[in-house]
Design a protein around this ligand. Structure first.
Ligand code: SF4
Ligand code: SF4
Length: 312
């Protein structure tokens, strides 16, 4: 079986060698339009996976790091944060449909500027996670086999096999996977990221974040069904006058072959800190090796010709 590094791939688990009859590929559909930013997903993930505190004070868990910039004190995904809820505050043009005119004089709305150019402030909230890519560069570059494709089609780090080399960190096109500080014998040093609660999947449960989410912003299930659900939700939002709604990471023809964790966003991906056009970083490896081999052969041929010419 040839191992494909890019392009659409129907069955990543089958491609990794799992026999016919393995479980269907599962994933997350995160619908940010209904996220209320409660962080239940972050907390449930920390609880279930027994993750240590983040930040510079992580050796002193009683000291809480505050960003001082936002309600978001987590800041981003990391070795001890497998789910991160982003908060983005935006000024947007006032929508005609957003208020009802009662014909009464009223003071300016909060957010309206002094020249009467009315704007609203909106919060975008989005719970980010490892994308469990169809083509996962983190897995491709791992020299020890610590990163594996599971029978559910997800990508998993095995901490007992990880040697802490860190190759996977720059390979991830989303900047997800990270190395935990601390000594190896105290649980640090290795690479960590979302496991999609592999232990819960094995017991027939869904991941902790999806279980905790009170608004069903995080939906879990077989990927094919999630893609259908997402397409229907997108259509519904467009019909209800939300033209800016768009899907991200759902397309098997994108640069990573589609994500196992994909999103419905209300603005450009960059606004949420997501790359607009991610590409699996190992895509060009075969052609790079071919070029290197040709270059090496050319050098060897030139040296041999010079040597033989010199003897003549
Ligand atoms: S998002 Fe990054 S860490 Fe997650 S599977 Fe893809 S390459 Fe690996
Ligand atoms: S639990 Fe659900 S609603 Fe709450 S922050 Fe996470 S995704 Fe948003």
């Amino acid at each position: 079986m040839s191992h494909s590094l890019y392009g659409p791939l129907e069955d990543p688990s089958g491609n990794a060698g799992y026999p016919d009859g393995h479980p269907p590929r599962v994933g997350f559909f995160t619908d940010t339009s209904v996220c209320i930013g409660c962080k239940a997903c972050e907390v449930a993930c920390k609880e279930w996976n027994a993750l240590p505190a983040d930040g510079s004070h992580h050796d002193e868990p009683d000291l809480l790091d505050l960003s001082g910039m936002s309600y978001d004190n987590t800041g981003g995904l990391g070795a001890s944060t497998y789910r991160h809820v982003a908060f983005i505050e935006q000024k947007v043009p006032k929508r005609e449909s957003a208020t009802v005119d009662l014909g009464m004089p009223s003071p300016a709305l909060p957010g309206a500027d002094s020249e009467g150019d009315a704007t609203e402030v909106r919060w975008l909230m989005a719970s980010d996670v490892c994308k469990h890519c169809t083509h996962a560069a983190c897995l491709d570059v791992c020299p020890t086999g610590a990163l594996i494709r599971t029978e559910h089609g997800t990508v998993l780090v095995q901490d007992d096999i990880c040697n802490g080399c860190g190759y996977c960190i720059p390979a991830c096109p989303y900047g997800v996977i990270d190395q935990r500080k601390g000594d190896r014998d105290k649980g640090g040093g290795g690479a960590f990221k979302c496991t999609m609660c592999q232990d819960r999947l094995g017991a027939g449960l869904q991941p902790a974040c999806a279980t905790a989410c009170p608004t069903e912003s995080i939906q879990f299930g077989p990927l094919d069904g999630l893609r259908e659900r997402a397409a229907a939700r997108l259509e519904e939002l467009h019909e209800r006058g939300v033209p800016e709604a768009r899907l991200y990471g759902h397309d098997p023809d994108d640069g990573v072959g589609g994500d196992g964790a994909f999103f419905l966003l209300l603005d450009e991906p960059e606004v949420y800190g997501l790359p607009p056009d991610p590409v699996v970083t190992t895509r060009d490896l075969p052609s790079m090796w071919r070029h290197a081999a040709v270059a090496a052969l050319t050098v060897a041929g030139t040296v041999a010709a010079a040597f033989l010419g010199g003897r003549g």
